[in-house]
Each structure stands twice: as C-alpha cells, then as structure tokens.
Design a protein around this ligand. Sequence first.
Ligand code: M6R
Length: 611
Amino acid sequence: MCGIVGYLGKRQALPVIIKGLKRLEYRGYDSAGVALLNGGLEIVKKKGKVADLESEIGNRKLEASLGIGHTRWATHGEPNDRNAHPHTSSDGKLAIIHNGIIENYSSIKKELESNGHVFKSDTDSEVLIHLIEEIKKQNNCTIEEAVRLALNEVVGAYAIVVLSKDNERSMIAARKGSPLVIGIGEDEYFVASDATPIIEYTNNVTYLNDQEMAIIKDGSLVVKNLENVTKTPFIQKLELDLEDIEKGGYPHFMLKEIFEQPKSIRDAMRGRLVSREHHLFLSGIDQYLNRFLNADRLILVGCGTSWHAGLIGEYLFEDIARIPTEVEYASEFRYRNPIVTERDVVIAVSQSGETADTLAAIELAKSKGALIFGVCNVVGSSIARASHAGAYLHAGPEIGVASTKAFTSQVTILTMMALYLGLKKGTISLSDYQTLLLELDSIPDKVAKILTKDEEIRNISENFYRASNFLYLGRGFNFPVALEGALKLKEISYIHAEGYPAAEMKHGPIALIDEDMPVVFIATKDSSYEKVISNIQEVKARKGKVIAIVTDGDTEIQSMADFTFQIPKTADALVPLLAVIPLQLLSYHIAILRGCNVDQPRNLAKSVTVE
Ligand code: M6R
C-alpha cells in the first residue's frame, strides 16, 4: 500500500519518478506527489491518480537530479491534496514519503505540538518528519542520525525516503515491515517499493532488511541498521523484463494476466513436474521432509484470494496426503491466541509476499516453533524471506489489483505439494499419482482452450451487468472457486456477490432468490454433480437466473440453466484450475460493461502492507 520512488543521479529526476509512480500505482491511487531538490525543495501534490499530478505540474520546469515521489492508499486522513505526500518539517527543509502506519503517532504528535510544531495534515507520516526535525535540532546531529534516532522511537511499519534541503546530494531510506528496494546504476541510485520503477535503468538491486537504513550520499551507498551497525548490502540481479510489466497490447493488466495463465501455470510446474518421468521435484519440501511427514497439522494462512487458494489446499492435503489441515485468515490467526506447536507446518500463501497480516501470522507461528513454508510470487519478498523454505510461483509480476494468475499458480503449487506428500506418505497409489501428474501437465492446454471462448463469456456478461447481486455456488473443490468468483466480481464491478457451498443455500440465502438474482453454479461432473443439479432446480423453481459452469458435453444442465459454459473434463481435484477461468472473465467483462476501472478498483490496493 502506497508506492514510493526516489532518484538521485545524472538524469532529470521528475520523469523517472513519474514513470515509476505509474508503475507503482497498483499499490494505491488516492493521491500522488513529488518533491524535487535543486537549491530549494519544490513540492507538488494532488488528490487522485498520477495523471492528476501530471496535470497539476503542467508546464512547470521542475529540474533536479534528486527527488522523491509517492502514490497513496489512505489510512490516516482522507484522500485530499493536504494529506498527499511528501510531507515537510516545520521549517520546510525536510521532506518525507512514507508507506506504512506509525502506530504511536498520536502520542508523538501531542508532544511535538507542545514543543510548538504545527501540523498541516491528518496523517501519521507528517508526524514522523516533524519528529526527525525535532531530534535533529535537539541533538544538533546529521540528518541521517536524526532519522535513525527517530525510527528508534516509532512503533509501526514504514518504508520511508527523506530529503533534506541542506544535503543536495543525499537521500535517506529506511524500512520496517514495508518493502524497499534500491537500484544501483552507473552514478545513479533508485529507491522504490518494488523493482518495477527500476528495471528500465538497472538490474542491480539490493533489498533493505527490516530496521535497516540506506544512506545514499556523494555517489555511494551505505547500509546500516537502527543500532548504527554498518551492513554489507547484498547486491543481486533482477530477473524481470520490461515487457513483463507492460500491457503487451491488452487493454488492461487484468485481462493480460488472465490470458497469461497457460504460461504461468506451466511456469509453476517448470523444473518441478517432469511428467515423462512421472516425477515431482520439490526441493523446498525435501529440505524439511521429515517435518512435513511427521506434522500433526498443516496450517495454511493467507488473505483474500490467497486464502481461497489455501482453502483448496486444505481439501487437497486432506484428500490426497491425509494430513490434518486447517486454513486460517491470517488476520484472525495472529490475534486469536491459536494453539501452534513445533509439530505444525504453517504454509503462508501470498502473491505479494508483503501482506502485513500474513507476515505477522507466520512470525507468530515461528515464535512457537512451527516450520514456515512460503508460497509467494514476489522473489525476495518479506514473507519469502521470513520462511524456512518455500516454493515460488514464478507467475511473473501481477499488476492488476484483482488477483488472477497468482491464484492458479498458488493452486498448482499446493496441488503438487499434496501429491508429493501423498506419495511419500503412501496415501495415494502410484498409479493414481501418475494419472494426476499427467492430468496436471495437461491443465495449461485446457486453460488455453477455455480462453479461446472468451467471447461466450462476454455475451453472458451482457445479460447480467446491470444486476445488483450475485450468488456463486459450488460444492467440494468447487466451493472455494465459488468464493473466488464472488470476490472477483465484487472487487472490480462493485456488484454485491456471495459465494456459498451449494448445499448451504437452503439454510438462508435461498430467501434472496427471485427473478433478479443471477446464480452462478460451478456444476462440473464430479462426485456431487447430482446434488448440485438438485440445487439448480431449487433456484429455477424460485425463478432465479442460472449461469452454470459445466463439463464439456453436459446436456443435462444445459436444459435447465439459462446459460451454460463448458470447460474441459479433468480430475475432481484439478477442476478449480479450470473452473475459475470463466469466472475471472465474467467479472472482467461485467466490470468493463459497467464502466469500472478493473485494474485499479476503488478503495483497494494490490499489496496490503497495513493491518
Ligand atoms: O499478496 P497477497 O496474496 O498476500 O494478497 C492477499 C489479498 O490482499 C489479495 O488476494 C486480494 O484479496 C486481491 N485483491 C484479490 O483479488
């Protein structure tokens, strides 16, 4: 949440920063702002998107080779010009951009006010720059020392970059709980919330660790921790191509990412599933095989779509590997005093690897001795680094706020894990294992086949885009798919949607059904097919409109549903990987028909780094 960019080097800073902010806009788009340092501090900030900031800048000549920029997802203080970052100190000499939450800002603010500080915004971030100013004045110290001392006083999460008018060639960055990456070019440095603003200029980067500061000054980079101990930065090469973060001819990132799924699912399996040899290679599990095989429980933690993938994981691990498994909302798990022991394995599922609740959940489980296994997409992310072992999704950057390809990659990884553990535990026969591996290997082609029928989904969408409510129903492996379909629809089209286990409909939601209620059934030919047919009949009897996702060749449901969409046949355990695709497309087309901004839905941010 919130995107931050800093630049110090030989180029004009403003275009680098504006371009970077556009790449980070998926993190928040309530307001945007820049500060450029060239003799004086020039600050421009504006409510709205980066494009609004650009209009505000207009033809002003903001020439500088040092600057910072911010795109905001509001926490403290409503989205307006005043609360937009950068924020400045009382004397106007210091400027800060901040991603995170300063939890003890209120008490610090009171104290600073009693010392004469006057605040211009309602944000917690402004308090931090006043605190730095106050500490600098009282200790008569350098700006970097004042930042270090101030950070020792604050509670909460932050990624910050600070500029000082008196230090024309210097920029100070620091992080705790919110990501920060530093790009190292030739005579130039970049700071950003993720690598996307940097990749165009250099692929040499270093990721700051929690409670570390980077002092970029006089052409050099010094990293130290908050105890003032100097650290050697670990410089690594980015494995990211510019085209990965561009739309590549698609009108929206979300659509591009939906259509990338044959490749992203294949990439999740690459080097892990060798179907010719009927074998899986999961080095992350091998490292801790005994812990997995002797685990009392697997506990999957995640949020949103990643939690839905975790729910499918629960069904898979129990069904195939016969290991007792629970799936937990990370935000509940971390605060409900859960029982966790060293005989538990906690699997953290997260696209970004930065979700604050998921990170806190694994820190809690780790402190109780559990083994932590990360299933993340973003390489080097906080959750990946806090895990003992893990498996990366390798899905490539997911920029649309609605998660699509990360979900199918998460489910692919969890499926491989369940199969691998099932084989090692002897809970799945070799022939069933091999059959499922072959079937899993065919999933990318089947997804590609579904995507060729995008037009069919678009036509269905035209009949329903004015609806105010939707119900999504499925049983077994298709229940999490129903939840995911409903989440996709509500987050990008703002239509209220609920996902339910199909049989639960009778226990309440059936009261909602009338001729205005579209009900999406995931009704593939599996062990609960007949029962789902009965549920469809119950909806039709009450005049509900039925859209059914069915298996290729199904004529029975076609005769009772208003609309059907066929997907290729596959094993029950693998159906979610196929059934979710038409639901992603349905939400996309409905949102487009309603004129919504699918890549940047209101109020949302891609990476939820605050709790
Ligand atoms: O990065 P994470 O996978 O940890 O993010 C978790 C959720 O915030 C995320 O899945 C969210 O629900 C998406 N907007 C869903 O499309």
